[in-house]
Design a binder for this molecule. Sequence first.
Ligand code: CTP
Length: 396
Amino acid sequence: MLAGKRVTLIIGGGIAAYKCLDLIRQLRRAGAQVTPVLTRAATEFVTPLSIAALAGEQVYQHLFDLKDEAEMGHIQLSRQSDLLVVAPATANMMAKMAGGLADDLATTLLLATDKPILIAPAMNLRMWEHPATQRNLAQLRADGVGVIGPDSGDMACGEFGPGRMSEPHAILAAIAAKLRAGPLAGKRVLVTSGPTHEPIDPVRYIANRSSGAQGAAIAAALRDLGAEVVFVTGPATAPAPEGVVLHKVETAREMLDAVEAALPADAAIFAAAVADWRVENSSHQKLKKTKHGAPELIFAQNPDILATVAAHAVRPALVVGFAAETEQVIAHAQAKLARKGCDWIVANDVSPATGIMGGAENAVHLITRDGVEDWPRMPKHEVAQRLALRIAEALR
Ligand code: CTP
């Protein structure tokens, strides 16, 4: 995924520095070369020796280390990588970066570089929420610095809330997204996901049981192959992946608007369970019980987003739909492929006995114009990875 990429990893002085050992391992497994830089405070939490052993490279620590400067100047060091990552980014480090300070090797590299920067903040929750830190965060974002996390949870200091550094796998995904590495580098892919909510009145709506898990997994897998992913999601229970361009919508018509606004794209994957109908006579006020009995709802057909995009003036080169069937899965899916004008249909049997709807696994058939492939039952994230690889092949 990151073969041929070099990442300078600046390890800041926080308890989360220990997670960088795993991050280095994961980066190297993904094919990246890692240049580690430790701040003075970082050495209180991890040793240069363990970092060097895992990175398989020299650790840089001091601005005025003559040996390093003789071999490689700090300017060169700041530019030899494809990306600079600061993990953990402490409140102090963020303040220095936002203010443009350069009083040690790490901050000098960050100021001298012409490469993109990604930070993974980690600190006590009060420090994170402090107006000064939020001000610095806004400044860094405005300067084009990418930010991953922090996560919420139990903190080493005994408090609970946002401030934990993101897990190494999430940082790795954000690095891949920032580097646009992998076979889908330079490609823009649109993914719809989740259910839609169609209002009856301001407090009631029509929905379905889609969790959005398969769509989120597909978006993450495409991102991990280097695509720029535009993720248009209804109100799903599964969290949206990190490192995608996120558009949250409620209704089918809002989803269509967001999808059309996101075009052009190289591929579009329609994993959303869009409500076929909306309530045409939805009420602006909460419906009240009356002595005249139950309200009469009038339904109107929603636009078919997949069919609209498949026939669009700026149609993506690859349009993929989903078909959830309970009988004659292949025949129904093949008819759907022709009817909607898409290139592929990912079909599955969602009969209750299969346990697929709401479950962690899926068994799908990939229907193309050339035939049908039956994929074995596997976890949804593996279905997503396999589909993402097929999409990468198709767009090559
Ligand atoms: N779809 C869409 N917009 C809609 C309805 C569906 O984009 N208004 C997409 C879905 O995201 C999915 C595919 O079309 O990719 C599913 O087609 P659909 O006609 O909804 O089929 P099923 O839900 O499987 O049900 P049925 O065949 O019973 O209509």
